[in-house]
Design a protein around this ligand. Structure first.
Ligand code: PMP
Length: 366
């Protein structure tokens, strides 16, 4: 069986063990005589799968009891609207515009209220996370319903390494591309959410973890669609309508896999080692240059380029010939991006680094 070195930004590599387990259960789930794909979401067998998925995630992250965990559809993108619709009680929130998805969330929030840009790194091509002091200064005394950040900017390869302190103002964070990459102190947030398709499972599941007191009065805006009403979804156990049954089942498998690997501390160690292998090379390379400023570098998405579009294209083509896939950068940054999520092995990263060395030796310095 040939499996490539998959550096895709999402949907992304899943653990082989998980895929094999899913395959073994695909046609007849544990003697039920049917596949999870064919099972009613109202059945006892499925409810057990769902409950186990939630309990495992709560255990992994140490989610406090005062938080609800929702498994929704519509991608992370639907939550760009769900967040203001539920939480903008006074019509005003602060956004840190640190990349493309933060910008989209900010733009979406403007449909529902006043969304203040607290800080941006757009002037330098989103190569850094705005300074914490700048964010805190901009948020102070603004009477904001929440402060919104995108904790890991998938496209640009930057990550918050310290969180802004905003007093009583809830912090809301899009953790899509760093979810389960390392420990997450849920209690620091009013809400965190993640599209599953990087570290948690397949596309089509979005995990929302929200502090109960923020939603107990229902959505801030009465126009909020029932589907996006967090209080309603929490009351219905994420089954106000038919959930993504198979996707949630697969997420549960991945959560168990992460636990079996040693949990989130172990994930962090492995991800640091993998990303360091690439950053160390970038720091001494005369050919490749990292996009992110060193202090803002992401543990999950490593962005780099040669500065020559033809050479970048040759690098990507040569990678594919060596079974190294998914390293073409996003068009907003160009160059290359290697996403080193949990299921990407150290061996895969070594293969990529080896190829970078080989490519540099052949193509000289620029
Ligand atoms: N936020 C981040 C950080 C992302 O990387 C992405 C894209 N994968 C999104 C939001 C949008 O996610 P989706 O495609 O699931 O709507």
């Amino acid at each position: 069986m040939a499996r490539v070195h998959n550096f895709s930004a999402g949907p992304a590599a899943l653990p082989l063990e998980v895929l094999q387990e899913v395959r073994s259960e695909l046609v007849d789930y544990r003697g039920s005589g049917m596949s999870v794909l064919e099972m009613s979401h109202r059945s006892r067998a499925y409810q057990e799968i769902f409950d186990d998925t939630e309990v495992t995630l709560r255990r992994l992250l140490g989610v406090p009891d005062a938080y609800k965990v929702l498994f929704l559809q519509g991608g992370a993108t639907l939550q760009f609207a769900g967040i203001p619709l539920n939480l903008m009680r006074h019509g005003r929130a602060g956004y840190v515009v640190s990349g493309n998805f933060a910008q989209k969330a900010w733009a979406e929030a403007q449909r529902y209220g006043e969304a203040v840009a607290l800080a941006t790194s757009g002037d330098t091509g989103f190569d850094r996370i705005p300074a914490r002091a700048e964010i805190e200064r901009a948020a102070a005394g603004q009477d904001l319903d929440y402060v919104y950040i995108c904790q890991n900017n998938t496209i640009f390869g930057t990550q918050f390494h310290e969180l802004p302190a905003c007093g009583e103002t809830p912090l809301v964070s899009d953790v899509s591309s760093c979810f389960l990459s390392e420990p997450l102190d849920v209690a620091r947030f009013g809400l965190v959410y993640a599209g599953a398709q990087k570290n948690a499972g397949p596309a089509g599941v979005t995990v929302v973890i929200v502090r109960e007191d923020l939603i107990e009065d229902g959505p801030a805006l009465s126009v909020c669609p029932s589907y996006l009403d967090y209080r309603l979804e929490a009351a219905k156990g994420s089954m106000y309508n038919t959930p993504n049954t198979f996707g949630i089942y697969l997420c549960g498998k991945v959560f168990h896999w992460v636990e079996d690997q040693g949990g989130l501390e172990a994930m962090r160690e492995r991800n640091l080692e993998k990303s360091r292998l690439l950053y160390d090379y970038l720091d001494q390379s005369a050919l490749f240059h990292g996009h992110a400023q060193p202090s803002s570098r992401s543990i999950a998405n490593v962005t780099f380029r040669t500065g020559d579009a033809d050479l970048d294209a040759a690098f990507v083509a040569g990678a594919a010939q060596r079974g190294i896939e998914g390293v073409k950068g996003h068009r907003l940054v160009s160059g290359m991006r290697a996403s080193v999520y949990n299921a990407v092995s150290l061996d895969s990263v070594k293969a990529l680094r080896g190829y970078m060395e080989e490519f540099e030796a052949q193509n000289g310095t620029r």
